[in-house]
Design a protein around this ligand. Structure first.
Ligand SMILES: *Cc1c(COP(=O)(O)O)cnc(C)c1O
Length: 454
């Protein structure tokens, strides 16, 4: 019988996260203060994040111990099993062995609780009582709501208005976990009121919601802001995925030829990939591939440049692949992949040609996701469909080359709350959107005068 599922007993869960910063062959460029053009100092970030997370953001320690209280929550659903997708392999009819980490088994249904839980914990021990954040389709908002309820923090989530109205289920998850979910733009903040004055019917955007959440955190005592992707400490927390996967593959004597993840802000991709990137830096022969949408092709078509993380220009300038902070992606159904930038760590690794990026359009991603569901049962999130499309691509290449290949990928979340997007796909309402060059040129004008990232 084939080995299908590799589980780890509770006591084998990794006890430290992996920080790649000290292992990078070339150091990353620093984030810059937009007013001075100088590297950001820890004090600059202190009103927004608690100091213990700021320390992680810039840490040069390779291993960062996971606090006992965080492990206790992780163990509710971790270690997640590493599964071999034998039925999908059979469907693909290619000489590949496909392994995946099922991060859809977390209570919120995605990888996002891996960082929500430690972020809530570190804020709590720092004396913070309340967190503010933004959410698009609601995956991050629901993960943080759950984490805040576990540690007795209150939580305010600014949810992009169109999603708030069209997607009640994740809002109800947030409310079940005790959070307050506010449609953005809102009357609660000056940033929201500004937008409403000019566009009373604004459907909202992630950029506006980020600005509202930061302003809200700054305006309340003992409150901080929390971000679900992009930043170094978020990617750090997600490395639990890849560290578990390494142990599980070792247990069955396997090692991947290629590691893949879908990339919006880059956190789940980094989570599975960074422990293997370390092997690659040390000389191991392995490929690492990120999959993004053709409608938001940050790594495959954007320049590497300094840009803001949000539309209202509240964040530091980050060195990253970007389409410009005022770029508004087409309304594709993978909400979690519609971010104009890419995590600085992932961007740096792409620029140094240590990892690769590929873009897929939404029709081929849904086709891959549906085929996956029919073979393996689990229904993937629309974001996850992108990495499955990349896996299909890898299998096709293996078939053409007649070479055996071991594939490892991160199954970032389930799609049970996103079935409306499958409905649109079945109804033939989705288009294979390709971003026109003119739109990229237009969006990049917004960052033309920023410091250059060389
Ligand atoms: C949020 C989300 C993503 C994209 O975010 P990353 O930070 O790039 O990982 C991907 N998949 C799922 C299921 C998500 O919820």
């Amino acid at each position: 019988m084939k080995r299908i599922k590799v589980t780890l007993p509770d006591e084998e869960i990794p006890k430290a996260w992996y920080n790649i910063l000290p292992d990078l062959p070339k150091p990353m460029l620093p984030p810059l203060h937009p007013a001075t053009g100088e590297p950001v100092k820890a004090e600059d970030l202190a009103p927004i994040f608690p100091m213990n997370l700021i320390e992680q953001e810039v840490s040069d320690q390779r291993w960062i111990e996971i606090p006992e209280a965080v492990l206790e929550k992780y163990l509710i659903w971790r270690p997640t099993p590493l599964c071999r997708a034998v039925n999908f392999e059979r469907f693909l009819d290619a000489p590949v062995r496909i392994y995946y980490k099922n991060e859809g088994l977390s209570p919120a249904g995605s990888h996002k609780p891996n960082t929500a839980v430690p972020q809530a914990y570190y804020n709590k021990v720092f004396g913070i009582e309340s967190l503010s954040t933004e959410t698009g389709a609601g995956q991050w908002g629901s993960a943080l709501s759950m984490a805040c309820s576990m540690f007795g923090l209150t939580c305010r989530v600014f949810m992009v208005k169109v999603s708030y109205e069209q997607k009640p289920y994740r809002r109800l998850m947030m409310e079940t976990w005790g959070a307050q979910c506010i449609p953005s733009p809102s009357e609660v903040t000056a940033a929201g009121r500004n937008v409403l004055e000019q566009h009373p019917d604004s459907p909202g955007s992630l950029g506006i919601a980020i600005s509202e959440a930061i302003e809200d955190a700054l305006s309340r005592p003992n409150a901080r802001y929390s971000l679900g992707s992009v930043l170094n400490h978020v990617l750090l927390h997600q490395t639990i995925i890849g560290l578990e996967a390494r142990k599980q593959l070792e247990a069955i004597g396997e090692y991947p030829d290629v590691v893949l993840g879908c990339a919006g802000g880059g956190s789940n991709f980094a989570g599975i990939a960074l422990p293997f990137v370390r092997d690659k830096i040390e000389g191991r022969d392995i490929r690492i591939v990120g999959a993004e949408p053709t409608s938001c092709p940050t790594m495959t078509r954007g320049p590497f440049a300094y840009d803001f993380g949000d539309l209202a220009k509240t964040t530091p300038l980050l060195p990253m692949y970007t389409l410009g902070h005022d770029y508004v992606p087409a309304p594709i159904h993978a909400g979690g992949l519609r971010y104009h930038g890419m995590a600085p760590i992932i961007s740096h690794l792409v620029k140094e040609q240590i990892i690769e990026a590929r873009a897929y359009h939404q029709l081929e991603t849904f086709e891959a996701g549906v085929n996956w569901a029919r073979a393996e049962g689990y229904i993937p999130a629309p974001e996850t469909d992108h990495v499955i499309a990349a896996v299909v691509d890898e299998a096709r290449r293996a078939r053409e080359e007649g070479k055996e290949k071991v594939i490892l990928f991160n199954w970032s979340g389930h799609g049970l709350v996103d079935l409306a997007s499958y409905e649109a796909y079945f109804a033939g309402k989705l288009l294979p959107y390709e971003l026109p060059d003119e739109e990229i040129e237009r969006a990049l004008k917004a960052i033309a005068d920023f410091p250059k990232a060389q």
